[in-house]
Ligand binder design. Structure first.
Ligand SMILES: [Zn+2]
Length: 383
């Protein structure tokens, strides 16, 4: 018997793959005759961006690469399957539907100076807003930023001592839905609505009708009104325990009225606040709290602040000094529900009861309490 040589063994081993190859070749030929399986792909883009492939029909197990591209002001966020890379390769193992979502890049629309360590205002403007409003609102916010001497402060909430570094202003049209929901949830309206991280949050949600109506300048006074609320927060390190309607709202509205008259000289903003009635005086204590304020009564809170200014002028202050004391000193005394009357007497040298008794002094000629034409916010805050 011929002994097995190494060469013979190799020959025999080589036969096996050749046979296997033939077997698989036959099998492969059979497969091409079966119907090709195909699947459908649907690709969509959420608000703020687009995708380069909208989908189609693809052979089973083929790979499709789709790329999401964000619009200006947005960034790619995530695919609906959880992938976070904007270029996504999809293997077509079944019918697939996938959506790219985008997020708004935090913007600093008005381009206000941001100084690390200084109280800074960040502006978030929805891109859908009318250009005229965007430009006017930025001018006004930047003007008020220069007028109001904000500084960093620590929130007066015993638990966290949150430092407040600035103000986040969000503005959009109610007709655009909730474009900032990623940042502020479903909050809306016109308010200084607490804090967002280390910033006070100010929301300016207007109707499209008010935004496009260029005759409507009240929307600009509202910006001043709300920014003054932010200033009250700063002055009293957060005014949460204090809910006095006439002091909080009367001051903000007086500030807004001085602003509006200076900025839009033909407006008669003060006159709208001079409906001074006996009924209001008879119910004066209902003005002390948001819960008891009766919106069916004429709101005399601006008249009250203006009479307070007259009283301080009678005591010897100049007009601008009287408003400076009202706008700066009272909230700096950290008024609360329990100390607000004693703080009032300390700051203004008159008891609340005596002040209420003094209120009817100008009832017959309420326009006498309207500040002189020469009074400006610059006089009050910068002189
Ligand atoms: Zn208000």
């Amino acid at each position: 018997m011929k002994p097995l040589t190494k060469k013979n063994t190799l020959k025999k081993l080589l036969l096996i793959p050749i046979l296997l190859f033939l077997f698989y070749s036959c099998s492969s030929e059979e497969e091409t005759q079966t119907p090709v399986i195909q699947y459908t792909l649907t690709v969509t883009a959420g608000d703020g961006g687009s995708v380069d492939v909208l989908g189609g029909t693809y052979n089973e197990n083929s790979n499709v690469t789709v790329t999401a591209t964000a619009d200006e002001g947005y960034a790619f966020s995530v695919w609906s399957d959880g992938s976070t890379n904007s270029a996504l390769t999809i293997t077509m193992s079944s019918n697939k539907r996938i959506t790219a979502t985008f997020k708004l890049i935090p913007n600093n629309y008005c381009d206000l100076e941001y100084d690390e360590g200084e109280y800074s205002i960040q502006t978030y403007f929805d891109s859908e807003l009318p250009e005229k409003y965007k430009s006017d609102a930025c001018t006004i916010i930047s003007y008020l930023d220069a007028i109001l001497p904000f500084n960093q402060y620590t929130l007066n909430d015993n638990d966290t001592n949150t430092p407040i570094y600035g103000l986040d202003i969000f503005t959009w049209s109610i007709d655009s839905g909730k474009p900032f929901s990623d940042y502020i949830g479903n909050d809306g309206g016109l308010c200084v609505c607490g804090t967002r991280g280390n910033n006070t949050l100010l929301l300016l949600e207007f109707s499209n009708q008010d935004l496009i109506n260029e005759q409507n300048i009240d929307k600009y006074a509202i910006i001043a009104h709300e920014m003054f609320h932010a200033y009250q927060h700063f002055k009293s390190n957060g005014i949460h325990p204090f809910k006095n309607f006439w002091l909080i709202e009367g001051m903000a509205e007086t500030f807004a009225s001085i602003f509006q008259r200076g900025y839009y000289p033909n407006s008669n903003y003060f006159d709208n606040h001079m409906n001074v009635t006996d009924e209001a005086f008879a119910n004066i204590e209902t003005f002390e709290h948001y819960d008891t304020f009766d919106p069916t009564l004429p709101d005399i809170s601006v008249y009250m602040i203006l009479v307070l200014s007259k009283k301080l002028q009678n005591d010897g202050l100049t007009e601008s000094e009287s408003f400076s004391k009202i706008f700066n000193d009272y909230f700096a005394s950290n008024p609360t529900e329990t100390n607000w009357k004693s703080n009032f007497e300390e700051v203004f040298s008159i008891s609340v009861q005596d002040f209420y008794a003094f209120l009817p002094t100008y009832q017959d000629n309420p326009s006498d309490v309207i500040p002189s034409e020469s009074l400006t916010l610059e006089n009050i805050f910068l002189d």
